[in-house]
Write a protein that binds this ligand. Structure first.
Ligand code: NDP
Length: 330
């Protein structure tokens, strides 16, 4: 491999606007860390869209190499935990926000952030999952822990055509749940059915502010959009139901009442993938490698290159990306 490599670099101009450019770097440009990685694939997440466009205050250090996910091989390691040649992946921990991330052919990172590539997954599959897949799996685990059984009744997934949403649809249906997919893109209904959705609901049908309690519909839900949709989901939960809330693609606000909690015994559980403890992370990756039908991964991904990222960043924020974007860095 050559001495130099390519990376997408974000800088702030004099007006404070974010500028994204592909630059040629050398290893001396990389930050401190005890493991050097040759990155094979990364992926584009909603948060990367915010970083590249500068539309969210995601980037904490400048200049920044964005990309909250990466998968590849260890080139050099000062850690006893990793040897050259090891296949690894990394999601979260502030990478792509505070620390340089995956949109680079090489990256230097901290050994404790790395996860071994689970058996049965290659780097392309691992990045088709990425933070979105980890989050979707953590949501499934959260619903299980809340006592939502697969035969309990319909489970709602909001933002179903997005990365987390589509993977949650696939995972829940593979686990035997009856999945209703909520989407603003009814034209993708056939695709969502192929992933395992039993029913498709339009986003508009859940966009009106709810009364404190509505008719009981959902045994559980994975919510990636927040706002009115989450408020309505809570008001429509069946007795003892639970929502795993992980996203804010619609809104970070939540206007609700205590009624569903005190009269229907429901619970609202938060899900974080960024600093999720290592043991739970490893358990989630093991289940992702085992439980998700492989054909779904091929149906969910599109492969892009560094050059495509600025335009794709706009599209993911506009809710126009379907499934997952994997970034090929080879
Ligand atoms: P995507 O952009 O891939 O998916 C978001 C989906 O939400 C869209 O595809 C769309 O689905 C729906 N959507 C978009 N805009 C709106 C809107 N205005 N109102 C209602 N629905 C909307 O993003 P990701 O799947 O990567 O992330 C989803 C959310 O989860 C983001 O907020 C992200 O920040 C968060 N997240 C949180 C994590 C955590 O650790 N807690 C980890 C990963 C993501 P459709 O067209 O089907 O309606």
């Amino acid at each position: 491999m050559s001495e130099t490599f390519r990376a997408l670099v974000l800088e702030r101009d004099d007006e404070g606007a974010t500028q994204a450019q592909i630059r040629t770097l050398s290893e001396a440009d990389l930050p401190e860390g005890d493991v050097l990685i040759e990155v094979a694939y990364s992926s584009l997440n909603y948060k990367d869209g915010l970083a590249i466009t500068g539309r969210g205050k995601v980037v904490r250090e400048w200049p920044m190499v964005p990309g909250i996910d990466l998968a590849g091989r260890v080139l050099a390691s000062d850690s006893p935990d990793w040897q050259p040649g090891d296949a690894v992946l990394l999601t979260g921990w502030g990478v792509g926000e505070r620390y340089w991330g995956g949109f680079s052919q090489r990256q230097r990172v901290r050994s404790e952030w790395l996860v071994p590539l689970p058996e049965g997954l290659d780097a392309l599959d691992a990045m088709t999952l990425g933070t979105a897949g980890l989050t979707a799996m953590l949501c499934v685990m959260t619903l299980e822990e809340a006592g939502v059984k697969a035969d309990a009744g319909p489970v709602l997934v909001s933002g179903a055509s997005g990365g987390v949403g589509s993977l949650a649809v696939a995972l829940l249906s593979a686990a035997g749940y009856e999945v209703t997919a909520l989407t603003g893109r009814p034209e993708g209904a056939d695709w969502l059915r192929e992933l395992g959705a039993a029913e498709i609901l339009s986003r508009e049908s859940m966009s009106a502010p709810p009364r404190p309690l509505e008719s009981q519909r959902w045994a559980g839900a994975v919510d990636t959009v927040g706002g009115v949709v989450l408020a309505r989901t809570l008001a429509e939960l069946r007795y003892g139901g639970a929502v795993a809330a992980c996203g804010l693609a619609g809104s970070h606000e939540l206007s609700t009442t205590v009624m569903p909690f005190i009269l229907r015994n429901v619970s609202l559980r938060g899900v974080d993938s960024v600093v999720c403890p290592r043991e739970r992370r490893l358990a989630a990756w093991e289940r992702l490698a085992r439980d998700l039908p492989r054909e779904h991964l091929a149906a969910i991904r599109q492969v892009a290159r560094l050059e495509d990222l600025p335009a794709l960043a706009e599209r993911i924020l506009a809710g126009q990306v379907r499934g997952r974007v994997v970034v090929d860095l080879q």
